[in-house]
Ligand binder design. Structure first.
Ligand code: NAP
Length: 252
């Protein structure tokens, strides 16, 4: 049990990658605060942990400063401190530059970048006391440019360099790393890559584009997050770790 006695806040833990991270941390002995956008989405997620006192609700729209503060406050009220922050909440946006209006741009940037800044800011006093760690979920889209998803790519590129800058600023008290997954099968990916509404066809097309001829799983993604958060990764700081079946390995 690598995380016994550790307190964790996972943003966007109601579904997908965040939910897998929450399950994995709980299985390894941690206490986990489950964040999602609304009281309802968090209540639905919490029903899966009925009887497990180590899972507590921490709702809050982390695209807003007030939501970040509320989520962190719920974790601190329950745990009395915080060892690990996983900034996972995010949204996908498919659209060309012409398609991306101010509202769409702000929605992507607020959910994907502002959330990382302000959850970190709220959690920092507790993380410093704990000499804790942060894992930011960026994306392969933060390492490469892709046509038709410019705002999303910009937001994830920002998370990559925010991670590096945070790692420099917060050392030696708090380690900060980013994970850059390729396509992982979740609600976001299925909807985002559907071909004429056919989600399975979209997933097959994505799988075919990867050197390993498949997409990632939420369990693999959670395993990488737990590694970056673990004692074993104690000398890893400021990296943006690709987890994309080799997709970026042959690019230059
Ligand atoms: N799936 C992929 O292929 C992939 C690849 C690379 C990176 N990522 C990144 O991984 C992260 C998780 O993605 P996913 O695929 O697991 O997405 P998902 O299945 O759509 O789940 C998104 C999660 O984020 C939460 N969320 C979204 N906006 C929020 C907000 N403003 N405040 C609080 N919670 C919010 C959702 O909560 P509600 O249920 O309350 O809406 C949900 O728990 C994202 O940052 C995404 O960009 C995903």
């Amino acid at each position: 049990m690598r995380f016994t006695g550790k307190s964790v806040l996972v943003t966007g833990a109601t579904r997908g990658i965040g939910a897998a991270c929450a399950r994995a941390f709980l299985a390894e002995g941690a206490r986990v605060a489950i964040n999602g956008r609304t009281d309802t989405s968090v209540a639905v997620a919490m029903a899966r942990y009925e009887g497990n006192a180590n899972a507590i609700p921490a709702p809050g729209d982390v695209a807003t400063v007030a939501g970040c503060d509320a989520a962190v406050a719920a974790a601190l009220a329950a745990f009395g401190g915080l060892d690990i922050l996983v900034n996972n909440a995010g949204v996908f946006f498919r659209g060309t530059i012409e398609d991306t209006d101010e509202k769409a741009w702000d929605a992507v940037m607020n959910a994907n970048v502002k959330s990382v800044q302000f959850c970190t800011r709220a959690a920092l006093p507790a993380l410093r006391v704990a000499r804790g760690t942060i894992v930011n979920i960026a994306s392969e889209s933060g390492l490469n440019g892709y046509p038709g998803t410019t705002a999303y790519c910009a937001s994830k590129g920002a998370v990559v360099n925010l991670t590096r800058s945070m790692a420099m600023e917060l050392a030696p008290d708090v380690r900060v790393n980013a994970l850059c997954p390729g396509v992982v099968e979740t609600d976001m990916a299925r909807a985002g890559f559907a071909i004429d509404g056919d989600e399975d066809a979209g997933m097959r097309e994505q799988a075919d584009a990867y050197p390993l001829k498949r997409i990632g799983t939420v369990a693999e993604t959670a395993a990488a997050v737990l590694f970056l958060a673990s004692h074993e990764a104690g000398f890893i700081n400021g990296v943006a770790l690709p987890m994309e079946g080799g997709a970026t390995a042959g690019q230059w």
